[in-house]
Design a protein around this ligand. Sequence first.
Ligand code: NAP
Length: 324
Amino acid sequence: MSSKFLDLQKVPLEVKTKASNLQDDVTLLMPPIGLGCFASHDEEKKKVAKGWILSALKSGYRHLDTAWMYDTERLVGEAIRESGIDRREIFVTTKLPWHHPGYVLQSIDESLKAAQLDYFDLYLIHFPQAVRYPEGYGRPKNPDDPNAIEAIKSPTIQETWADMEKVLASGKARAIGVSNFSEKTLSELLQTAKVRPAVNQIELHPFLAQTKLLQFCKQNGIKVTAYTPTAYEKGRTNPVIVEIAKQYSVSPSQAVLAWHVKRGCAATPKSTNEARQRENLMLPDLSDEDMKRIDALDSNLRLCNFPNERGMIYGWTMEQLGWD
Ligand SMILES: NC(=O)c1ccc[n+]([C@@H]2O[C@H](COP(=O)([O-])OP(=O)(O)OC[C@H]3O[C@@H](n4cnc5c(N)ncnc54)[C@H](OP(=O)(O)O)[C@@H]3O)[C@@H](O)[C@H]2O)c1
């Protein structure tokens, strides 16, 4: 079997966005593999996160994926400065937490302040649900806390997107997009959008291949980034993936990440381990036949964000989310 590896520098995703006048077309290049910078809500784990973000930058990562909710924006900014790498060479994504009137412009300012950066490359609405923040509670950091959030229908996704467009116009983000959006919620947003979302970041792996949503995004010029891209232990132990990985002398996670890239998606694997970070940048060029074998594993299985015992995901039903 060929030991050919993909040259990731040659396959960046062309992210289509607009200049701050919201008229002129701009294309940004997003490296297909980014480092997931969710460090858990455990303070001890967060303390060491700067070290592994820095090791990833030194290992060649030029795409970092953080979020207001991860509370790692400060660490991302510090790691970038400590790395000595020119800021302009690194594609940094962060996310608006739950959307709510007045919070979009406030949120990006908080994120920029935390990271001590002048701009983000990509700013995403983290979830399509709007959330009411209980009086005096402050802003919820842990979305699993049922007392902290109450998902509501207003403001609409369209109202929040109009504020996201103001962020783009301000130059504080070079591109704007969404996360966890379905064809249903994207269609709602597109009805009034002046600027289309540049990216939709979704749970995506061989067991949740999201083929129809990928097609919809492609038709609408929206690039897709995969989260939970390695599919955790399920991906690492699946016999088909293990067998394919052996053929190319790589690990199962490398085989799965290669599948994402060959499908034209970006992926943001998180690894705190330098050897595995390097491994995740060394991806084999899978044959069409092996791609099809991995495609066939799709079972519409969510491993990261799935409904609770009441059938809800952060206050919304699967139907409201438009998730199958
Ligand atoms: N938009 C959203 O709603 C959303 C939701 C979830 C995640 N995300 C983003 O996606 C990122 C990644 O998501 P995730 O953590 O759920 O999934 P993941 O990256 O697929 O899984 C992370 C786990 O895989 C292990 N791992 C990574 N590479 C490996 C390799 N080559 N071999 C063996 N184990 C490997 C890591 O362990 P070690 O650290 O020990 O290597 C870690 O336990 C997050 O950090 C975040 O940026 C976004």
